[in-house]
Design a protein around this ligand. Structure first.
Ligand code: GTP
Ligand code: MG
Length: 235
């Protein structure tokens, strides 16, 4: 591309779309490499997404406490700044590595690939990616995951699936979090489920509270079952 053309691209909109497509193609190439490596190693890869503050790290802390002695699990966690989430996960005894995106609002497959190089994946059963808190951008980036799990907290309102449809369209599971707050909020599980399944009829739905413990064992059982299924494919 000539300098003149790239100057035009910086001002225009059509060239921008092409650049985005190019970026996504490059992302998909790396995502496929991650998918293949995970398949070869028999590691279940989960990509957890949500708005900021929906309770991803807290749920992963509770998950770690329950599963760390049953399976070999590791976590990669993405944030724009700070190592706070990785510290919180290490505090409960889970090996976690922070990816600091430096302002980028989502994780890309290349970042995950780099993060994987910083973890010892020998003998790992489950690798969970906590994506950057954002209901929009992460929906466009395949990270090579087996399952995409999106949290919706009761504090966010039950209208989110229809307003941010791509995230729910590309997810396998919706986890309604902070269910302990349901008595105080105008949020209904039926409404959020109906809207989400209108977008994606095959979406699984779970309800959890990291505060009261509701649904956490069911969530952990789901993970263990998926880990077994992944190992079964390897055998
Ligand atoms: N009442 C209640 N509060 C919760 C629950 N889970 C998390 N919280 C609180 O919600 C806040 C955000 O929780 P985090 O786990 O940090 O949320 P997050 O999705 O990891 O946030 P980002 O990584 O910044 O996107 C914290 O103050 C938690 O204590 C829950 O089940 N019930
Ligand atoms: Mg977090």
């Amino acid at each position: 591309m000539s300098v003149e053309k790239s100057n035009k691209a910086a001002r225009g909109t059509v060239k921008c779309e092409n650049t985005t497509l190019h970026l996504l193609k490059a992302n998909d190439f790396v995502a496929e490499a991650i998918r293949k490596e995970m398949a070869d190693r028999g590691i279940l890869l989960i990509n957890m997404t949500s708005s900021p503050g929906s309770g991803k790290t807290t749920l992963l802390q509770e998950t770690g406490k329950r599963l760390k002695d049953k399976i070999n699990m590791k976590i990669l966690v993405g944030d724009l700044e700070t190592e706070r989430d990785a510290d919180r996960l290490r505090d409960v005894g889970v090996d976690a590595l922070q990816i600091v995106t430096g302002g980028i609002c989502h994780l890309e497959a290349q970042m995950v690939h780099q993060g994987m190089e910083g973890l010892d994946l020998d003998g790992v059963d489950l690798l969970i990616i906590e994506n950057v808190g954002n209901l929009v951008c992460p929906s466009s980036f395949d990270l090579g995951e087996d399952y995409r799990v999106t949290l919706v907290a009761t504090t966010e309102g039950d209208d989110k699936p229809k307003k941010y449809p791509r995230m729910f369209l590309t997810s396998d599971m919706m986890v309604v979090s902070k269910s302990d707050l349901l008595p105080y909020l105008p949020f209904t599980i039926d409404a959020v489920t109906e809207d989400a399944r209108d977008i994606n009829p095959s979406l699984d739905v779970m309800t959890v509270s990291s505060q009261s413990g509701e649904g956490i064992d069911a969530w952990c059982d789901w993970l263990l079952q998926k880990v077994e299924e992944k190992k079964g494919v390897l055998a």
